[in-house]
Design a protein around this ligand. Sequence first.
Ligand code: SF4
Length: 289
Amino acid sequence: MVNAKLTQIIYELIRGASLHLPPDVMNGLRRMAAIQDTPLAKELYGCIFDNLKKAAELNRPICQDTGALQFFLKAGTGFPYLNDTEDSIKDAVRQATKKIPLRPNVVESFEEKNTGDNIGSRAPWIEWEIVPDNQDLQITVYMAGGGCSLTGRAKVLMPLEGYEGIVRYVFDTITEWGVNACPPLIVGVGIGTCTPTAAALSKKALLRPIGLHNANPKARDMEERMKKGLDSIGIGPLGMSGKESLLALNIEYAAHHPATLAVGISAGCWATRRGKVLISKDLTVKSDK
Ligand code: SF4
């Protein structure tokens, strides 16, 4: 059942994410713009900031591709509106598509017809995580654009390929496909047993704010070294060459089967749009950061 108050909170979450970049992405873009030393790269970052300014002035989404919407929930077992949550998310997406407006991007599979309201089979995508002994609901929205989703890959490596195999796969994927994702990029890398776990973890890696590293020193070292290597290639803003190409490279991992090492890759573009809200059991917003 739709809960109007919950729908309104989720609508505002979607609206905020479509109109404004998260502070960590803005800061990352400012830093990248400041280090450019060629007229072309400077001009391209100038276009990005003009685009952001215009979107804010005109109250319009940052990019024409407002993506397919994905929601990542951390739900306390004591949150009283769990039964209403999915219906309220869908209602918020319907309203957002009409009012903000968002571009209708959802095409029903096999019918190959646009549904017109960004709702379809398993769309929006909703992932649940249950939090025991908790009464809040945290919702993260991610707007998955077409170009950045094109860079997504997952593969199970042969056992002896090891971590070098992961690095090779990430470098091959980003050098071949990264330009489709409107760099500078956030690269999410997931490691696990099979493609579904690795791919899911790579998307979770994209949700981590820029500047935060994996708590495991070995994973952090790999994040920093892969970022440095990919930055040195010179893909640059929009793939037109420049200093550094990645806003971040984040790794999330799960323990894996000894015979397999799966790697998943997700990419976020310069317009990485995500937002988070923490809702208390009386449907007040505790935090929107
Ligand atoms: S990759 Fe990002 S910035 Fe480029 S068109 Fe897609 S959503 Fe927009």
